[in-house]
Design a protein around this ligand. Structure first.
Ligand code: LLP
Length: 471
């Protein structure tokens, strides 16, 4: 298969990078427990030299080999989380599909693992679709989301034979019907509904409230018009409805509240227009721990809340139990990824603040600047050292808002030291930019003492190519 060939072309690290004792004894684990253990990848450990190791690889060795900043993804964590999702949800509701929302980290090597673990996958642009196609991701296990899909993107998706398209506007209903007609396809679709329910997360990542660009609002009556209109199209097969409240959602109740409301609406649409709810999705949004003192509910708790609410709603409103899909992005890749930076200048302003500047920042992780997101910081060379200093870790971009972690506890930091930010696997590199013409970092996947490059560091030639290619 093409994707296997792709994987085998990726360089692998030779054994020197293997951490000799990567299977810790219980004693070692207890004695050397890293304070951030619950938010780092599950393989995070101390190397024999007392440094942070992930996937059996010493993090400083990885940076020496691949450069800094470096994003490290742990394959064991990724697979473990996929299995946790599948196990937790199918235990509560067997007919559940776990659909990885690839916007969190779209990458062919990750897509391949998602495929091997039996998950479905969604995309929101032609670019994410191209990544899925590059990984040979099975078309019938894919869903095309997004609030403003273009004609070219829809044509590409239909040519690939995509299983589902989730429609988000009246214009899209018409456009897809037209495109499907031209290609001679009857396309299975879902409708994205907006239930006007607040999941109590950051305003910029709330998507299911009334004042949102996403979805057909049930409250305004748009959703009813959309159901009627979609059912009337010759080339569309409406198989169900979907909503996504936002993310990250640390509470369980918003899911059950919205599920009840949307199932009630679906039953109403069945009675009025004959909608047959074969498929239902309460979206994604499952939280992860970014800092050790704010941990999310267990996956099994989310699964139970959702399954119980769907069963109850179907029972109350006389619906057959549909196929369910949930769409985690962050919760699949977030914990698996760790960003590593090198400390440069250190500036102390007496009685005010100490700024520790690193060689990345808002160009590879804009989340703190955009959402005030918090990150923990782990000193790579001595994760267990006493943290006797409060500092602010700033980036290298020409913005005062370019701060990665404000007021974090660290030991006395030195220039040249490496700092790791756990929980950097979702939405950091995907929202990265070339601001200040900074190249974007390399990404390695580690597993069992070996590392492979899954995305190379950008070069200045990459930055110039799109301009100089013009003549
Ligand atoms: N499904 C739909 C329809 C979505 O719009 C999203 C996220 C997801 C699933 C996946 O949500 P997740 O499970 O990853 O929370 N850039 C922001 C997150 C924006 C997510 C937008 N939609 C961040 O960095 O937190």
């Amino acid at each position: 298969m093409q994707s296997r060939a792709y994987a085998s072309r990726l360089p692998r690290l030779a054994s020197p990078h293997r951490v000799a004792n990567s299977e810790p004894s219980d004693q070692k684990t207890v004695m050397s427990r890293i304070p951030e253990a619950e938010i780092l990848p599950i393989t995070a450990n101390l190397s024999d030299s007392g440094r942070l190791a992930i996937g059996g690889c010493d993090v400083r060795d990885l940076v020496e080999q691949y450069g800094s900043p470096l994003y490290i993804y742990d394959e064991a964590t990724l697979r473990d989380v996929c299995r946790d999702f599948v196990g937790s949800f199918t235990a509560e509701y067997p007919n559940t599909h776990i659909e990885y929302s690839s916007k969190a980290f779209a990458n062919p090597a990750v897509s391949k693992i998602i495929e091997e673990e039996g998950l479905d996958m969604d995309v929101v642009t032609g670019g994410e679709l191209a990544v899925a196609i590059a990984a040979d991701f099975p078309a019938e296990r894919m869903n095309f989301h997004g609030n403003n899909k273009g004609r070219e993107e829809l044509v590409e998706a239909l040519r690939y034979g995509i299983g589902l398209i989730t429609l988000d506007s009246f214009a899209e209903i018409e456009l897809l019907n037209e495109v499907a007609g031209e290609l001679g396809v009857k396309q299975q679709v879902m409708l994205r509904l907006s239930p006007s329910i607040d999941p109590h997360t950051h305003m910029l990542t709330s998507t299911g409230i009334l004042d949102s660009k996403f979805g057909f609002s049930i409250e305004t009556g748009d959703a009813e018009v959309a159901v009627k209109q979609a059912l009337e199209q010759d080339n569309l097969d409406v198989v169900g409805v979907h909503f996504h409240l936002g993310s990250p959602i640390f509470e369980l109740e918003p899911y059950s509240e919205a599920i009840d409301y949307v199932l009630k609406f679906s039953a109403d649409m069945r009675d009025k227009y004959g909608l047959d709810l074969k498929r239902f999705s309460p979206g994604g949004g499952f939280a992860i721990g970014y800092v050790s003192d704010t941990l999310p509910p267990a996956m099994s708790d989310y699964a139970k809340e959702i399954a119980v609410a769907i069963r109850k709603g179907c029972d109350t409103y006389g619906l057959d139990e549909p196929i369910v899909s949930v769409e985690p992005g962050r919760a699949i890749v977030g914990r698996a990824g760790v960003a590593v930076y090198t400390v440069g200048g250190i500036k102390t302003i007496p009685d005010v603040r100490t700024y520790v500047s690193v060689d990345g920042g808002m160009g590879d992780n804009i989340r703190p600047a955009l959402y005030d997101s918090e990150y923990a910081v782990v000193p790579v060379d001595r994760p267990n050292a006493v943290r006797n200093q409060i500092v602010t870790v700033a980036g290298k971009f020409c913005e005062s808002g370019d701060v990665l972690a404000r007021d974090v506890d660290l030991p006395e930091v030195e220039t040249g030291e490496l700092l790791a930010l756990p929980a950097s696997g979702a939405y950091c590199l995907m929202m990265a930019s070339n601001y200040n013409m900074q190249t974007r970092p390399a990404v390695v996947m580690v597993n069992d003492g070996e590392a492979r490059l899954i995305r190379r560091r950008e070069t200045y030639s990459d930055l110039l190519a799109s301009s100089l290619d013009l003549d």
